[in-house]
Design a protein around this ligand. Structure first.
Ligand SMILES: Nc1ncnc2c1ncn2[C@@H]1O[C@H](COP(=O)(O)OP(=O)(O)OP(=O)(O)O)[C@@H](O)[C@H]1O
Length: 474
């Protein structure tokens, strides 16, 4: 029997009539509830609850000394996790309403039939367990979140892959070792580097340098600085970025494009923290934490000889690999709205309404430029929108202008292959619809307009389905 396995916590019966206690206790034991406690004095309830946990209480309303109603209020306030079923001999609607308001989970009229009592207790037990499951699910989900979400507030996401990255950042933030951040262009590598710096609690700033295209001299001068008179025009000594970073974080972007000669210099810096300003005869010591980023596959570059293996091994001590936007599509609705609002704010106008169809398009687009591309598209769309609704045409044109393929001929977008895997037992249409609606609402964070867009139906159509679902008791 289900109840037996479901309810490890005892059930407490409270009634001043010992005969009722005896028979109700027999009924519940017979229905599989192993532990049924009884109390014939309502004043003993709160002391007992302070002593031991109880799952469900079946409470008589009319009792001497302390009334069931007064007790109900105290239990609801102090032990909200306990389900309380109220029993009374008076068929009185206002009292029933008052009990439910005070937190009763059910209301039974005496004499209570055996089956009614068993069913009410089972419902209460199941509701309690469902709540407990929900709470533990919430705990699990929260456990996947960073301990200090404010350090990541610039990063809009609800992707579990990103939350795992946040947790990793928290783990490695205090380490003095370098961090390699890789990921396709526009996936947010610099944003992650900034979050890592904030999380590290290091004094000083994050200083970002794009090293792509720097030649030997420029690299050395930018990073290491120079001594006075070290070359023509060096009429005074200049600190490089390593010195001005101090104890902060030096973020070297596009590290995959460094020449082999510069890779040697970087390796030396990472190995012993020392460097020579141009023209200096004594080394200086770096205190900065080095974080590097690349959109290249440096592992493959190292295998093929384009990147020094020793440097690669040194850099990848802590490695963060950012997923492309197409692998975290659950972030699309939130990011889209974020950029629309950001663009509108920067243009000093109210954010236009986003037509749901936009989400359907974006959902199928591969975003080779990732989040930066989405950001650009939304800024352009907002800038070109005339009225209160975001112009879809402008997004369509922008995507088409980029020269990407198109599947439908209507929306000129490059579509990803639809990913649908079916279990051995095919879901019924009703089940599939339910699952799809649930997933769309989850991705849209409960926003029905956005969810409707993801599903390719109107908001009204979604609303109709939700109403039908509720009526069907899905
Ligand atoms: N999760 C996010 N939430 C909000 N904005 C984001 C997010 N990810 C990226 N962005 C924005 O997208 C743009 C590109 O991000 P960023 O410069 O960090 O990417 P990148 O991977 O370093 O790019 P590149 O490889 O071209 O250097 C920035 O304007 C950034 O603010």
């Amino acid at each position: 029997m289900r109840t037996k396995a479901l309810n490890p916590l005892p059930i407490l019966l409270v009634d001043d009539e010992s005969q009722i206690l005896h028979s109700a206790s027999l009924v519940l034991r017979g229905a599989g509830h192993a532990e049924v406690l009884t109390l014939d004095d309502s004043r003993a309830v709160l002391p007992l609850l302070a002593e031991r946990p109880v799952g469900v209480i079946v409470l008589d309303l009319t009792m001497p000394h302390l009334s069931g109603l007064a007790l109900l209020a105290s239990i609801a306030a102090e032990y909200p996790e306990i389900a309380v079923i109220v029993m009374t001999a008076t068929n009185d609607l206002p009292t029933a309403v008052e009990c439910m308001r005070n937190g009763a989970s059910d209301y039974l009229l005496k004499p209570v039939e055996r089956d009614c009592l068993v069913a009410a207790v089972r419902r209460a037990v199941e509701a309690r367990l469902l709540r407990a499951e929900l709470l533990s699910l919430k705990d699990c989900l929260l456990a996947n979140q960073p301990h200090q979400p404010s350090r990541f507030e610039e990063i809009v996401t609800q992707s579990s892959a990103m939350f795992a990255i946040f947790r990793y950042i928290e783990a490695v933030a205090a380490s003095p070792q370098p961090v390699l951040i890789s990921g396709e262009t526009g996936t947010g590598k610099e944003l992650i580097a900034r979050a890592l710096h904030r999380q590290s609690g290091r004094p000083g700033e994050l200083v970002a340098v794009n090293v792509a295209g720097l030649d030997d001299n420029l690299f050395a001068d930018t990073l290491f600085g120079h001594a006075k008179g070290s070359f023509t025009g060096a009429d005074r000594a200049r600190d490089g970025l390593i010195a001005s970073t101090g104890d902060g974080t030096l973020f070297l972007d596009e590290i995959g494009d460094l020449s082999i000669a510069l890779q040697v210099k970087l390796l030396r810096l990472l190995q012993d923290g020392s460097y020579y300003p141009i023209g200096a005869d004594r080394p200086r010591q770096s205190r900065a934490r080095i974080v590097v980023a690349t959109h290249c596959d440096v592992k493959r570059q190292a295998e093929q000889g384009g990147f020094r293996k020793d440097l690669y091994f040194r850099l990848r001590t802590h490695h963060i690999q950012l997923p492309p936007l197409r692998e975290r599509r659950e972030d699309l609705p939130q990011l889209t709205l974020h950029f629309v609002e950001k663009a509108a704010a920067s243009l000093g106008r109210p954010a236009p309404n986003v037509p749901p169809a936009l989400f359907q398009w974006l959902e199928n687009y591969r975003f080779p430029g990732n989040i930066r591309e989405l950001e650009g598209l939304m800024f352009d769309a907002v800038a070109r929108s005339q009225g209160s609704v975001l112009s879809l045409q402008s997004v369509k044109d922008a995507i088409a202008d980029e020269g990407f393929g198109n599947r439908s001929g209507d929306a000129a977008v490059e579509f990803a292959a639809p990913a649908a895997e079916f279990p051995e037992r095919l879901p019924t249409l009703k089940e599939a619809e339910e699952a799809l609606i649930g997933e769309a609402l989850r991705r849209a964070q409960g926003n029905q307009g956005v969810a409707a867009g993801l599903l390719g139906i109107s908001r009204q159509a979604l609303n109709k389905r939700l109403t039908r679902r509720d009526a069907d008791g899905f």
